[in-house]
Design a protein around this ligand. Structure first.
Ligand code: C2E
Ligand code: MG
Ligand code: MG
Ligand code: MG
Length: 291
């Protein structure tokens, strides 16, 4: 830190619009190479059944360790990659990495599903379901062990175009989840018409439910609505025991959040799973003797 007048110091640490633009530009031009060089990886965040702690699946969350910028969050680079028309590449990479992981679990006798986040651009690609089907086949993973997550606003942006693609994906036996539920239009009437299997309550409501009666009411009504539509209800952002207990009392089906685990790199996830109850093929049992 240079000893200059404080006004100048602060200024030098706030990136200008030009710098932000340049950084985004660099990121999108380097993205393909970054995948080839292993800078882009997939972390996995466990999801557990309520009540209890049985591990049902994991969510695949992309990470980029950039040689110059350090760790770049998906909230920054995914929109840049989408805008550059490279999201097909991102989704294929994450999907293949995740299905390869599920395949090796199956080989070890473990039945763990994986959820992959889609971009709205995937829903505009008529070839997308075919590519997903090919990937499932290549890795020998049944569709029911794959969940695809979409936000409400992604689907609502162009429902006429998204709907046939969602139907095709659903016909592959894939589970479809509406992510960040409650933050968008909440077109409840529309949700009923979509071939959706799960709703994920947005973490902002889950964070607030211990202290804010409004958030608690939103969470409760999503659980009730989801169940009345025959959907599995997942809560994300479960950070505290209180939230977990409240969700369990409401009958929420699945919990995901830092209380259970942060997203983990593959090797750390393996160690985490060793100590947990996992669905094994054919029956339920401990994955190991440890607790
Ligand atoms: P999302 O799909 O809603 O994922 C959940 C986000 O919440 C993740 O952030 C996760 O790390 C974070 N999270 C989970 N539990 C907790 C908790 O208890 N407390 C807090 N504070 N945060 C929690 P992450 O990994 O930074 O991802 C952000 C978003 O980026 C994702 O939101 C998703 O929309 C997008 N994203 C991530 N990976 C991919 C990908 O492979 N493809 C696409 N298209 N988007 C992705
Ligand atoms: Mg998600
Ligand atoms: Mg979410
Ligand atoms: Mg999101």
């Amino acid at each position: 830190v240079r000893a200059t007048r404080s006004g100048e110091e602060v200024k030098s640490y706030v990136p200008s619009m030009g710098q932000i633009f340049l950084r985004r530009f660099q990121m999108v031009t380097q993205f393909r190479q970054a995948i080839d060089e292993g800078q882009v990886t997939v972390h996995y965040q466990p999801k557990v059944a309520l009540p209890g702690k049985q591990v049902l699946g994991v969510e695949a969350l992309v990470r980029w360790q950039h040689p110059e910028f350090g760790r770049v969050d998906p909230d920054e680079f995914v929109p840049a990659v989408e805008a550059a028309g490279l999201v097909g590449l991102l989704t294929s990479f994450v999907l293949d990495t995740a299905l390869d992981r599920v395949r090796r679990w199956l080989d070890d006798g473990l039945r763990i599903s994986v959820a992959v986040n889609l971009s709205v651009r995937n829903l505009a690609d008529a070839e997308f379901p075919t590519r997903v089907a090919e990937s499932l086949e290549r890795f020998g993973v049944p569709g029911e062990l794959l969940t695809l997550e979409l936000t409400e606003s992604d689907v609502m942006q162009d429902p006429g175009r998204a709907l046939p693609i969602l139907r095709e994906l659903s016909d592959l036996g894939i589970e479809l989840a509406v992510d960040d539920f409650g933050t968008g239009y909440s077109s409840l009437a529309y949700l009923r018409q979509l071939p959706v299997d799960q709703v994920k309550i947005d973490k902002s409501f889950v964070f607030g439910m211990g202290t804010d009666l409004g958030d608690l009411a939103v969470v409760r009504s999503i659980v009730e609505l989801g169940h009345s539509l025959g959907l599995t209800v997942v809560a994300e952002g479960v950070e505290e025991d209180l939230a977990r207990d409240q969700l369990e009392a409401m009958g929420c089906d699945v919990a995901q959040g830092y209380l259970i685990s942060r997203p983990l790199a593959e090797d750390r996830l393996e160690a985490w799973l060793q100590a947990r109850t996992v669905r094994s093929l054919g029956r339920t049992s401990e994955s190991s003797g440890a607790v």
